[in-house]
Write a new protein. Structure first.
Length: 459
């Protein structure tokens, strides 16, 4: 009986192995799914492809090759032993010895199944490609601008092909995005950061663009910067002031009980966080001009503080900190009505640290107006507003001790002097250049120069 049982068991085992083999072939007869990013048909030697592979039996191998004129040249191969069922591999093309012109990119991925007598299933993806090594050519249509420190200018240009990631590059690492216009030109309104010297700014301004193949062009643009002097103030901080700040704004620094440390944290960390939040809010803007003519200021108001006033802070004769005032302070009647400076769209209303109750309006092409220390809001995010429409009332919310409006202008994510935008002639020059009307971009009033209306006064 036992002698008959052993052969029968062997037969069963053989049949089981054969059945498993057949099942393996039937169960998995396809290679891994392949997806490639970016989805482009033009590439450059600097292009990097993200190849994603998915297979329930795991991904075993990836290879890439170039097929041209019937010849196949493999330039990348990698084998995996971890059995991952979903993986993405970044493949640089710089070692592919590519030549200009059309070719076929052949991507092969093999799974970890027993198909093919243990070799696995292979899927091949063939993508028609063209190697493009020529960067886009940009043609500037505006004249070199006069631009003051803390101010801004505009450039309009066209490109020889479709481009992206384009605009004005400042100091090699800060990109002010340009906006594509209906006529096919690109427009960028860009700032001259107030902390930069005219010499440094003149050397650092470039125009850049990237084409569909990933080729990047960068070239220096001519500007005629001039300096502006900003006021320096030495301010003595008193215990009474520190106590008022702590009583009013301690919620901004939870856990900080000492009035001095509370104020220092507000003036440094909280202020920095607020500016970072403003930068985030102003990175997305309408691609066309929403504004109409010159910007209007708070009516019947006196200027109490100017753009880029630098304040050095002392306590008992010791230096404890510093701050720069970015905007202009306008004082009128208590709880005065605040008009929108120009047509636009509200992108934010709410409390923002040192600014108190703040309203932010997008005027298009990266230009925003800012209204701080407000009492209330008569508008909300998403509302379209017209120049002169009442958006709220003045107050002393945030780091303010006296009813006034802090009014600011942000261009390309950086605060600039509002005085230029309150000058209709200067704004017309900007508009003419945006619209392609050849006009030199001249000098603007100096920061601190009072707009038309009541004479400038200080406390």
């Amino acid at each position: 009986m036992r002698t008959r049982l052993l052969p029968n068991l062997l037969v069963v085992l053989v049949l089981a192995v054969l059945a498993f083999g057949v099942w393996s072939f039937v169960y998995d007869m396809e290679g891994p799914e392949i997806a490639v990013e970016p989805k482009v048909d033009r590439i450059s030697p600097n292009t990097k492809l993200a190849v994603r592979m998915k297979d329930k039996a795991g991904v075993r191998e990836l290879s890439l090759a170039i097929r041209r004129d019937g010849q196949v040249q493999e330039f990348y191969r990698k084998r995996y032993e971890d059995g991952l069922t979903d993986r993405t591999e970044t493949v640089p093309l710089k070692d592919a010895n590519l030549q200009d012109g059309a070719f076929e990119l052949e991507i092969k991925a093999t799974d970890g199944s027993l198909a093919g007598f243990g070799h696995g299933n292979t899927r091949t993806l063939a993508l028609p490609m063209t190697l493009d090594t020529q960067p886009p050519r940009l043609s500037i249509k505006t004249l070199p601008p006069h631009i003051g420190r803390g101010g801004c200018a505009v450039i309009r240009y066209t490109a020889s092909e479709e481009i992206h990631d384009t605009g004005v590059l400042i100091n090699g690492n800060f990109l002010v995005p340009a906006f594509l216009q209906k006529d096919g030109s690109w427009v960028c309104i860009y700032p001259f950061p107030y902390r930069m010297s005219p010499q440094d700014f003149k050397k650092s301004v470039e125009i850049t663009a990237t084409d569909g193949a990933g080729n990047v062009t960068r070239s220096h643009i001519t500007v005629m910067p001039f300096d502006r002097r900003f006021k320096d103030d030495k301010i003595t901080v008193t215990d009474a002031f520190l106590n008022r700040v702590h009583e009013k704004l301690s919620h901004l620094t939870p856990g900080v009980g000492d009035p001095m440390q509370c104020y220092l944290a507000i003036n440094d960390a909280v202020r920095r966080q607020n500016m970072e939040r403003l930068f985030e809010l102003t990175r997305s803007s309408a691609g066309a001009m929403l504004w109409n003519g010159g910007f209007m200021q708070l009516p019947r108001a006196a200027v109490r503080a100017s753009f880029a006033d630098h304040r050095t802070l002392y306590y008992n004769g010791q230096l404890i900190g510093e701050a720069s005032h970015l905007g202009i302070d306008l004082a009128s009647l208590r709880n005065a009505e605040i008009p929108a400076a120009n047509d636009g769209k509200v992108v934010f209303t709410g409390e923002l640290g040192v600014y108190g109750n703040l309203c932010l309006i997008d005027h298009g092409l990266g230009v925003f107006s800012l209204y701080a220390h407000m009492q209330n809001f008569d508008v909300k995010a998403g509302d379209a507003v017209a120049k002169g429409q009442i958006i709220g009332r003045t107050d002393q919310t945030g780091l303010a001790f006296g009813d006034h409006l802090h009014f600011g202008i942000i261009v390309g994510g950086i605060e600039v002097t509002p005085i230029e935008w309150l000058d209709p002639k200067w704004v017309k020059n900007i508009v003419d250049n945006v619209n392609g009307v050849a006009a030199p971009q001249g000098q603007a009033p100096q920061p601190g120069q009072a707009p038309k209306g009541k004479p400038r006064r200080r406390r």
